[in-house]
Design a protein around this ligand. Structure first.
Ligand code: COA
Length: 325
């Protein structure tokens, strides 16, 4: 009994929709350009009273309900986020309190858009290593707080949301393989300069918009495609599977063209790839768990299916996992 299974999922997104047509009124862009270059049609935006922990809480409550367990049964909370409520304390600690969970281990992981998969990987290691039986693994983001709505090359991409899973020790196979990577040499291609210890918030840093996300989209695109393609091939091999054994690919929802490149590399039919980025945009750490929750709800992912996750993000970080539901 040393397998690790996903036993519950949940997701949450703010009600407010920001469409491509809305963005046309903010920056010089068009619905046609955004749709053709990214596949995104709209994204959700949190209101001023909602932070990442609020979305994470809503997703977590649903995940616990679907796992049919109480928050008190959880042995730890790991949150992937790059938009925590505060630099400290962690969003995971805020969740622990809001959920009324036991005073167990709770921490955040900063791994860009790979945050959820990194958190799942660490949780997998904790359970197989014997230090936990049940964990809450969350991806929660309010990217709208760090996006510059005057920068058309980035503001069209990102949205807010959260997804959560409960993972548990199990007799049946669950996570079959999980491989995570990083390479920090090109960190400047995607980062938030201000607000940390290198460029603390000052009047000048705010004036220079250094607390907004900066990205060299074209360069990031190339590394994202190559890294995610390689990670998926590697993890399939590690699990002793063939691409044809994968029932559903749930990739990080950043850009439809990136997803298409991975699909083609694996020679998978379109119906085996789950995409919801048209409705959410890139929600960073939240994208994979939101997609998983939706795929399960609409019957696209079912018990017994073999699902491949892949993600890439700031750092750079990337990874892939294969899970039997
Ligand atoms: N609307 C209209 N035109 C835009 C635009 C917008 N929102 N954003 C950029 N452009 C313009 C550029 O100014 C450029 O014009 P120019 O040729 O006159 O200089 C032209 O469109 C092409 O820009 P480019 O940046 O080369 O476009 P692209 O095809 O690379 O698409 C991204 C841009 C951002 C959509 C794409 O690079 C991307 O998705 N990158 C990966 C981003 C990502 O996934 N990041 C997160 C990783 S987790």
């Amino acid at each position: 009994m040393n397998h690790v299974k996903i036993i519950g999922t949940g997701s949450a997104a703010p009600d407010k929709v920001l469409s491509n047509n809305d963005l046309e009124t903010l920056v010089e862009t068009s619905d046609d350009w955004i749709t053709a270059r990214t596949g995104i049609k709209e994204r959700r935006i949190a209101d001023e009273n909602t932070a990442s922990s609020d979305l994470g809480y809503e997703a977590s409550v649903k995940a616990l309900e679907s796992a049919n367990i109480d928050a008190s049964e959880i042995d730890g909370i790991i949150v992937g986020t790059i938009t925590p409520d505060f630099l400290f304390p962690s969003t995971a600690c805020l969740l622990q309190s809001k959920l009324g969970a036991r005073g167990v281990l709770a921490f955040d992981i900063s791994a860009g858009c790979s945050g959820f998969l990194y958190a799942l990987h660490v949780g997998y290691g904790m359970i197989t290593g014997g230090t936990a039986d049940k964990l809450l693994i969350v991806g929660a983001e309010t990217l709208s707080r760090v996006v510059d709505y005057e920068d058309r090359s980035t503001c069209i991409l990102f949205g807010d949301g959260a997804g959560a899973t409960v993972i548990s020790r199990s007799d049946e196979p669950g996570i079959l393989s999980s491989i995570m990577n990083s390479d920090g040499k090109d960190w400047q291609l995607l980062y938030q300069p201000g607000g940390g210890s290198r460029i603390p918030a000052t009047e000048e840093s705010i004036r220079n918009k250094e607390h907004f996300l900066k990205m060299e989209g074209k360069d990031v695109f190339k590394v994202a495609v190559k890294s995610m393609e390689n990670a998926t091939v590697e993890v399939i091999k590690d699990a002793n599977l063939d691409p044809s054994d994968i029932d559903l690919l749930i990739p990080h929802q950043a850009n439809y063209r990136i997803i298409e490149a991975i699909r083609k590399r694996l020679d998978m039919p379109e119906e085996k790839v789950f995409c919801n980025l048209d409705r959410y945009g890139n929600t960073s750490s939240a994208s994979v768990p939101i997609a998983l929750d939706e795929a399960i709800k609409i019957g696209k992912a079912k018990k017994g299916d073999t699902v491949l996750f892949a993600a890439f993000g700031a750092g750079f970080t990337w990874g892939a996992s294969i899970v039997k539901l």
